[in-house]
Design a protein around this ligand. Structure first.
Ligand SMILES: NC(=O)c1ccc[n+]([C@@H]2O[C@H](COP(=O)([O-])OP(=O)(O)OC[C@H]3O[C@@H](n4cnc5c(N)ncnc54)[C@H](OP(=O)(O)O)[C@@H]3O)[C@@H](O)[C@H]2O)c1
Length: 261
């Protein structure tokens, strides 16, 4: 069992993002509320939702029911590219559903086409200037799309949330984000990984942990924030229990070597 103070955080311009968050995609209705409550009880202090997930209200309800102070939990939501023309209304609806008057992080979910991307980015910057959002970022942007956005207004996103895991490992992508001062947040860390891979099983046995815990710890040791989702309380707790072991350089290299498999 981990306590919130075990979880390191990344310094963003507007605050600190805990490096393990709770993903909520595909969690709906009662199951979403119960899973988020279980995550908060297990010690998660970072929740990841999106307008597209249709569960902001349940996430907000669990946050309220948890009894935690709003300021103790880092809340991220995302705006769809298809909502680019009505960002202020979408933000108001997200805040209302989540039962909060600010977001810790607001992300563009997928890059909108052409000129819509810098236009929407300006709306996010305005929301931050107006105090509704502590930090702003993007998701699913390539390095060249990040450069286009930065060139449009001179301001880099704080975070890029991207599909990440051992088979996607690419040091050039990580150094490209570091060079631009953009924190990488990895999504689908478990779903897109073969947890039966012999390399992961061997390393898990060496630490008496599970392959899923090895994968999540590997993200942290690469300075990547990770946001696993589970509907099961035992997995929710185990996915945060990452601070009783550390991977050796040999183990890190072996996991890096799964790239492209
Ligand atoms: N920005 C984007 O475009 C984007 C895209 C995808 C996801 N995301 C975000 O990232 C979060 C995580 O990604 P994800 O939900 O796609 O995938 P994930 O967290 O990698 O994997 C979730 C799947 O793994 C299972 N699982 C969870 N813990 C496990 C464990 N310890 N051992 C074995 N299986 C385990 C879950 O099943 P059970 O629930 O049955 O445990 C579920 O089927 C999402 O929930 C969402 O918040 C963002």
């Amino acid at each position: 069992m981990s306590s919130p103070s075990d979880v390191p955080s990344v310094k963003l311009p507007g605050g600190h993002m805990p490096m393990v968050g709770f993903g909520t995609w595909k969690l709906r209705g009662r199951a979403a509320r119960d899973a988020v409550l279980a995550a908060l009880a297990a010690g998660y202090r970072h929740l990841d939702t999106a307008t597209m997930y249709a569960n902001e209200a349940e996430v907000g309800q669990a946050l309220g029911d948890s009894g935690l102070a709003r300021s103790d939990v880092f809340v991220t939501t995302k705006i769809r590219a298809s909502d680019a023309s009505r960002a202020p209304q979408v933000l108001r609806a997200s805040l209302r559903s989540l039962g909060t008057d600010y977001l810790d992080l607001w992300l563009i979910h997928w890059p909108p086409r052409g000129a819509e991307s810098p236009r929407l980015w300006n709306d996010l910057l305005q929301a931050r200037a107006d105090g509704y959002v502590r930090d702003v970022g993007v998701s699913n942007y390539s390095l060249s799309q990040l450069d286009d956005l930065i060139a449009s207004c001179g301001q880099a996103p704080a975070v890029n949330q991207i599909d990440w895991g051992p088979t996607r490992y690419d040091p050039a992508v990580l150094s490209g984000h570091a060079d631009r001062g953009i924190a990488v947040e990895g999504y689908s860390p478990l779903k897109n990984t073969n947890l039966r891979d012999p390399v992961l099983r061997r390393i898990a046995a060496e630490h008496a942990v599970t392959p899923a815990q090895v994968v999540l710890r590997w993200h942290l040791e690469h300075d990547i924030t990770v946001i696993p989702k589970s509907a099961k309380p035992d997995r929710i707790a185990a996915n945060l229990d990452l601070f009783g072991f550390a991977l050796t350089p040999e183990q890190m290299a072996a996991i890096d070597g799964l790239a492209g498999r």
